[in-house]
Write a protein that binds this ligand. Structure first.
Ligand code: SF4
Ligand code: SF4
Length: 55
């Protein structure tokens, strides 16, 4: 399980970066998830546009 960002709905706000306990997200043009992702889902709850799912 890992977080997946929808590049069409991500607005690069950075909320998921702050929510991630693993430091697995950075914001470039959109949020980008690294291999450090543990699949916890905290970023899903933090995202205001529903742009992240855990798959
Ligand atoms: S699922 Fe958890 S570990 Fe993975 S990017 Fe989101 S907050 Fe970070
Ligand atoms: S919280 Fe959602 S909209 Fe904001 S940077 Fe992360 S994925 Fe994009």
């Amino acid at each position: 399980m890992a977080a997946v960002v929808n590049n069409e709905t991500c607005v690069a706000c950075g909320a998921c970066v702050d929510a991630c306990p693993c430091g697995a997200i950075e914001v470039q043009d959109v949020a980008v998830v690294s291999d450090e992702c543990a699949g916890c889902g905290a970023c899903v709850d933090a995202c205001p546009t529903g742009a992240i799912t855990v798959e």
